[in-house]
Design a protein around this ligand. Sequence first.
Ligand SMILES: Cc1cc2nc3c(=O)[nH]c(=O)nc-3n(C[C@H](O)[C@H](O)[C@H](O)COP(=O)(O)OP(=O)(O)OC[C@H]3O[C@@H](n4cnc5c(N)ncnc54)[C@H](O)[C@@H]3O)c2cc1C
Length: 365
Amino acid sequence: MEKTDLIIIGGGAAGLMAGCAAGELGLKALVLERKHKPGRKLLMCGNARCNLTTNISEGRMLQMFGKPVDTFMESAIHAFTPSMLQRWFAANGLRTVVKAGNKVYPHTERASDVLNLFTAQLRDKNVSFACSSVVQSLNKIKNGFRVSLENFEVESRYVLIATGGISYPKTGSVGEGQVWAKKLGHTIESFRPGLVGFEVDSSVLKVRVGKIYKKARVEIIVAGKKIEETRGVYEIEKWGIGGTAITDASRIISRQNLKDFTLRIKLDTGETEEIRPLRTRPIKEAMVTVGGVALDEINFKTMESKKCSGLYFAGEVIDIDGPTGGYNLQAAFSTARLAVASIGKQCGKGAFHSLEKPKKQWIRK
Ligand SMILES: Cc1cc2nc3c(=O)[nH]c(=O)nc-3n(C[C@H](O)[C@H](O)[C@H](O)COP(=O)(O)OP(=O)(O)OC[C@H]3O[C@@H](n4cnc5c(N)ncnc54)[C@H](O)[C@@H]3O)c2cc1C
């Protein structure tokens, strides 16, 4: 039977970054991806331009995740900050650019270039990578794990589950990682759609379908009081309302399990409207899944399970989600690198090359 240090299940944003990180540390690692090509969701990111992160401080980024994700993400964001992310891509041959709203993209504004960078890095760093490899089960054995696929089994000391959430299931993320996690003793927080539009009464849409307001403010109103506010684009679709101001509000509403609320929408034209949505669009259309492996069952300093030693998690399989603007890819990349750094430490490997900003050299005149 094949044996390796680390099996990474999932070749999406988190799994690909974890594979590269394992290669950087010289770990013997294997990445398994169910689809015949990796990174299907990554290719869709930012309308195929790939909004990698937001160029803000660590503190501000954590604040933007909101509770309870902010405290869970502290060590991960510290280990791989938004500026380290930009330096990592540049050091590996893909410069990034900062666009409106501090959004960071690859300078080519092509998600395919991000994916190509990852696959090239895996090749260069001798990380084994297998597509069309659907993991069917994951079992704890003495000193490690047994991962079973249709035609073969492989064993490792450590496993990193990076199988994503359950939105856009055609990209391969269907929630299997959460099923294995549950079997291994974890609580799975219920799945809700994050970053999605709302269906509304057709009378609200009137003749405005297709209209886009670029600068709207959306207040979430509960019992007559504003509890949160989002800003961004507001769009009238044929099925309801969308745009970043609305989708960001949907994530907050799902996270707080709000049932009775209205949205007060302040338009750039000076008009205000108050809407009571009928329902969100289905979770398969959401850009991110709220829910997943419970935060308090994962050590936030290492990403290792508190229930099953040697098992690690990264990315959307965990109950983490962020607003639009690159927060979700940053979360996937940061949790992946922290998990691999922790595994590397266990295996007696050194640390990653520093991505800290070089200190200014002061020359005394
Ligand atoms: C349309 C769209 C646009 C988005 N745009 C942005 C953006 O611009 N910026 C941003 O920050 N975020 C964006 N997001 C969110 C972001 O894409 C996700 O948060 C991120 O991809 C999650 O990464 P992940 O690796 O955890 O999961 P995924 O990317 O979903 O990867 C999981 C992988 O695991 C594989 N897998 C699952 N089960 C198995 C199994 N049994 N065996 C083997 N492999 C398996 C899947 O095939 C998949 O490739 C967007 C999402 C969508 C849907």
